[in-house]
Ligand binder design. Structure first.
Ligand SMILES: NC(=O)c1ccc[n+]([C@@H]2O[C@H](COP(=O)([O-])OP(=O)(O)OC[C@H]3O[C@@H](n4cnc5c(N)ncnc54)[C@H](OP(=O)(O)O)[C@@H]3O)[C@@H](O)[C@H]2O)c1
Length: 301
């Protein structure tokens, strides 16, 4: 993407920061968040991202330009307050679409957390929805489901082409869930896992996330396009923790917990058809992540 005016919400977040930095190289990128971390704002501004403070829970976009070519909605509120999180994750997505109704495409980042079938089979886009993340984040799954419905409705009402992409375990040189696991391993703390065997996911590296964004925007449509968004490789928490442990010379301990999130593998057939495959092998991506955060322990080569 070159020469476009792009709005990224939640620009200081784990997933959005590398996206904003990459897109800012050749586009006019605006980032919104509350900017609770001034250092995160400064990092974006140094790279040329124009930062504008907005509280998505209030849904007031006054003062923010509206003439964006593309909008990438990556903000997410996890306060546990139903009023705030539904407002930020669902209602505001619709208000933002109304504010930017001239956009060529609106990409709404959702989550595999919308699925909650009784089994551990790979989830297609039609798999049973439910309150999958209830044990850890009480408002998360339901507000993500609500956000999808708002985006789908507003795409039709306003004729704004939109894509809903259900992301699964994003990670990379800006962190992610596997980094939390690595830090538990280094601290000698057991990693909570759901009882009953390997907890399988499709981790996706930030390089693949960045590479796929233009394609996700290209397939935006009315009615909305909904697609799973994860790495091509199925990897369990147990596998990635064992590998991370081998990099730092520690054997991870696992602890069965009913509170731990269940396996959530995604069927990425539709993703392959629409936007292609991912490229970063999970061993390589995790090694790079570990070397970024613990250069003293791991040789980046
Ligand atoms: N990380 C994962 O493992 C994962 C997995 C699946 C899907 N996803 C999805 O990926 C997207 C990005 O997630 P992430 O993990 O990168 O998020 P994150 O690191 O928690 O960052 C959230 C971003 O949203 C902003 N934000 C939070 N509350 C806000 C509010 N009320 N108003 C405006 N901005 C607000 C935060 O900045 P301030 O706090 O400064 O406002 C921050 O920039 C989300 O849609 C998430 O559901 C993430």
């Amino acid at each position: 993407m070159r020469g476009s005016k792009i709005l990224i919400t939640g620009a200081t977040g784990q997933v959005a920061t590398p996206v904003a930095l990459a897109l800012a190289e050749e586009n006019e990128v605006w980032g919104i968040a509350r900017f609770t971390d001034p250092a995160a704002r400064e990092r974006l501004e140094k790279a040329g991202v124009r930062c504008h403070a907005v509280n998505m829970a209030a849904g007031d976009f006054a003062g923010l330009p509206s003439d964006f070519d593309y909008v990438i909605n990556m903000a997410v509120a996890k306060s546990g307050r139903w009023d705030k999180d539904l407002a930020a994750n669902a209602e505001s997505a619709g208000l933002l679409m109304a504010h930017c109704r001239g956009a060529k495409a609106f990409l709404h980042c959702s989550s595999g957390a919308v699925y909650d079938p009784p089994d551990s089979e790979p989830r297609t886009e039609r798999t049973v929805h439910g309150d999958n993340h209830k044990s850890l984040l009480p408002t998360y799954s339901i507000s993500k489901i609500a956000g999808e419905v708002v985006v789908a409705t507003m795409a039709r009402a306003l004729n704004v082409p939109a894509t809903i992409a259900r992301l699964n375990v994003p990670y990379g040189d800006n962190g992610g869930w596997p980094l939390l696991h690595l830090d538990l391993i280094l601290a000698g703390i057991p990693i909570p896992v759901p009882p009953g065997g390997p907890a399988v996911y499709n981790p996706i590296h930030e390089d693949d996330i960045i590479a796929m964004i233009p394609k996700l925007l290209e397939v935006a449509s009315v009615p909305v396009t909904t697609v799973n968004w994860g790495g091509d490789q199925f990897v369990s928490i147990q596998q990635w923790c064992t590998y991370l442990g081998s990099l730092v010379g520690r054997e991870p301990a696992f602890e069965d917990s009913d509170e731990a999130l269940r396996a959530n593998p995604l069927d990425v057939t539709k993703m392959h058809e629409l936007i292609g495959t991912t490229t970063v092998d999970w061993h390589d991506g995790l090694r790079r992540m570990a070397a970024t955060f613990h250069p003293d322990l791991i040789n980046s080569g």
